[in-house]
Design a binder for this molecule. Structure first.
Ligand code: DAT
Ligand code: MG
Length: 151
């Protein structure tokens, strides 16, 4: 696998429910590398751009209303195969169908309150990272235990 970067956001329900540490910990323990992190409340405009592919879906206005309803925690994670790997940690879109052991499978029940977003592919990851973060907010760093992770 190639070293990749992906965009992850803990949605307002995850922040309100105090799940930030739990979710961050799962990515850290897996061995992915955190290279950007911030908390923000989305503008209508950023929310509509982020979910632009869903513009025509019946749930679009609820989705935008929800994602702008409180602070989110936005992140960029780096690692071998991290785009698909993060999606596997996250689990299926509908938490009732997500496998136990996944974030949604363990921590959520409602599709409209599924606690976390993760980019679904290479192009989406690049688009979302540049939509949410300035390049100066992304940190290129080498973990001191890199040798134990194997590159
Ligand atoms: P994912 O977040 O797993 O990438 P998606 O991109 O298909 O899923 O949809 C984005 C979000 O929209 C999803 O996390 C929750 C919401 N959503 C998707 N399908 C929905 C539906 N049928 N009813 C209500 N909300 C839905
Ligand atoms: Mg998606």
């Amino acid at each position: 696998m190639a070293i990749e970067r992906t965009f992850i956001a803990i949605k307002p329900d995850g922040v309100q429910r105090g799940l930030v540490g739990e979710i961050l910990g799962r990515f850290e323990r897996k061995g992915f590398k955190l290279i950007a992190l911030k908390q923000l409340t989305l503008s209508q405009e950023l929310a509509e751009q982020h979910y632009g592919v869903h513009r025509e879906r019946p749930f679009f206005s609820d989705l935008v209303k929800f994602i702008t309803s409180g602070p989110v925690v936005a992140m960029v994670w780096e690692g071998d195969g991290v785009i698909a790997g993060a999606r596997r940690l996250i689990g299926a879109t509908n938490p009732l169908e997500a496998e136990p052991g996944t974030i949604r499978g363990d921590l959520a029940v409602n599709i409209g309150r599924n606690v976390i977003h993760g980019s679904d592919g290479d192009e989406t990851a690049q688009f979302e990272i540049s939509l949410w973060f300035k390049s100066s907010e992304i940190n290129d760093w080498i973990p001191s235990d890199q040798g134990w992770r194997k590159e």
